[in-house]
Design a protein around this ligand. Sequence first.
Ligand SMILES: Cc1cc2nc3c(=O)[nH]c(=O)nc-3n(C[C@H](O)[C@H](O)[C@H](O)COP(=O)(O)O)c2cc1C
Ligand code: SF4
Length: 663
Amino acid sequence: MNTQLKHIFKPLTLRHKTLRNRITFGAHTANMAEQGLPGARHRGYYLERAIGGAAMIVVEPIPVHPTAVLTRGNFKPGCDSVIEPFRQLTGACQEQGAVMIQQLYHVGQHGDADNSFAPNWSPSGMPSYHDSDGSHAMTEAEIETIIEAFIQAARRCQLAGFDGVEIWAAYHALLDQFWTPWSNKRNDRWGGSLENRTRLSRQICTGIREACGDDFIIGLAVNDEPDYDVALSRESLAEIIARHDRDELIDYVTCGTGSYLDFYKLMPTVFYPENMGADLATVLNSAVSFARIQAESHIRTPENANNVIASGQADMVSIVRGQIADPHLVNKARENRVEDIRSCLSCNQMCWGRRSRDYWISCLINPSAGREFEWGGDRFSLAPVSRRVLVVGGGPAGLECARVAAERGHRVTLCEASGELGGQFRLAGMQPRRGQILQLMEWYATQLDKLGVDVRYNSPMGSDEISEFSADAVVLATGSQPAGTGYQKALPHLTTLPGVHRGNVWSVEDVMSRRARLGQQILLLDEGGNWRGCGTALHLTEQGYQVTVITPDAMVGKELSRTAADYPLRKALKRAGVKFIVESGIQEWTASGARIISFLDSEETFIPADSLVLATANMADDWLTQELAGHNSDVELHSIGDCVASRQAPYAFHEGRKLGLQL
Ligand SMILES: Cc1cc2nc3c(=O)[nH]c(=O)nc-3n(C[C@H](O)[C@H](O)[C@H](O)COP(=O)(O)O)c2cc1C
Ligand code: SF4
């Protein structure tokens, strides 16, 4: 047991259950239902975190009513058919020692008719902040329907073996729409006074307690939104929670951050500080005498969790993305193996980035997330025969493949051409605020060392050296290279950018590896709309350059919008003085500026610039693959990651893991 983290390993009693520690896996829409039911993907996902030591798991929300359906992967509302498959899930996780809760939600005015095919219901008919729809002001009868729907959903949870439910009154959902005077303008017994505005949530809690009895945990999820005057202040929330606590209606309160008014704080990326939910938790902690208080949001590491609990800000802590990234975070902390924890990058690339597009979630650095059922969790079993494996290239694909192959008992040598691990992902880690990527590279170095992988730096490999190595299997993970042509997808008739050979043209990789010799005024062409271009622009401004970003998209950082990092990033760029030119392309580079064309009205302008930086798609670095294919040797040869096709990092980690499991 790790005594330095002793506060998180104190058990905690919640009604009829004792949590084995203070770290929970909080609610999040993993979006994994199949035909509205939990299946193998869903079971494997939660079971892995139960095995990994999470004290309590709040399973992703079930909409309580057809008007509450929000995603394609939501569970069926109001239907007993969910009970049996959920029973398999709860039983398996409880066997591993986790207390099992399910979140119940209704998002009120912010629904999604594309999935619900129903009008949004709300207290006062205000518009949705999810899309362009309005909402329907609920009648008294509809309010009674929703109360009954919550109670029946909780009853189903109990039949499915859950130890309790968490009622969603967070982020401006239906219940906190009723609490909030700005969105509740009713003058009947559901609006006006605090007593009236909290009547709905109190009646739901009372009804669930009556239906499910004393041995059933009732939690309440709330949120901190200090940046908007119209949202409930911390003090108002404290009053509301105290009103529920007075009658012992709730056993715990969980404090998240952000809301439909500011989605960016809801799953905070690298632009936000850590331990965000702890401020509200502190205020609510002094308002309750019965309920336990949980802090949630960007707490990320066991050390942070320990500090939050030690300082008395909260009784327990939820770590969501931290346990998506490493399902065994809690056990590793308990066993004094903190250096083995693969820490979340706060990037949202494959968790929220997939949920926001209505896919089931996964993780950039943990490709087994969502695939536990087919990949045997985030654990490894020995291969039948130990083989000699040579991995060429130490970027994400090569690192992950080498690690997993070694975990499975193979004798692995990793040859990296440069003096450092990480490839282009390391360059990403040198962009502002992205130092967590460099920590991940340290994690790989530690893991490879512990696993006895023979890592050879400054060791470029040609086909002859590879043949001489006599490996049982060779894995090529040599990455990709900038195209160097200035080809723009938006101007497909130009195979190369006119004037690209006139000089002062660099790739993002040239810039981040400091090979570029730049002038003061920089034009950065970003066709990706992601961190590669935008993060480099931020890096350049921090180095004192004047930067203009030009993109064919309607906004800078378009692809990052799926990760909820785009707006904070655009803000940071704007505040640093970066100029944006959108829906435009480059007709010609003159070496002292560029002829720009607007795609909207074909207007041409000249932008003076000393240097042009290209963030266009890379080309696979596959010469070694081709050369070895021509060798006619019978060595088992694999190519993974960018050397097959240049892509974003998740697919390199994914292919590394997948091949490592197959070797
Ligand atoms: C993919 C994803 C889906 C989420 N869905 C929900 C949800 O359905 N209900 C909820 O209360 N919070 C949801 N959240 C918010 C999380 O509960 C949590 O507050 C947030 O991720 C910040 O905590 P963390 O930094 O520990 O990840 C979601 C978060 C993510 C990443
Ligand atoms: S995708 Fe990024 S933010 Fe999401 S869990 Fe993985 S590392 Fe964390």
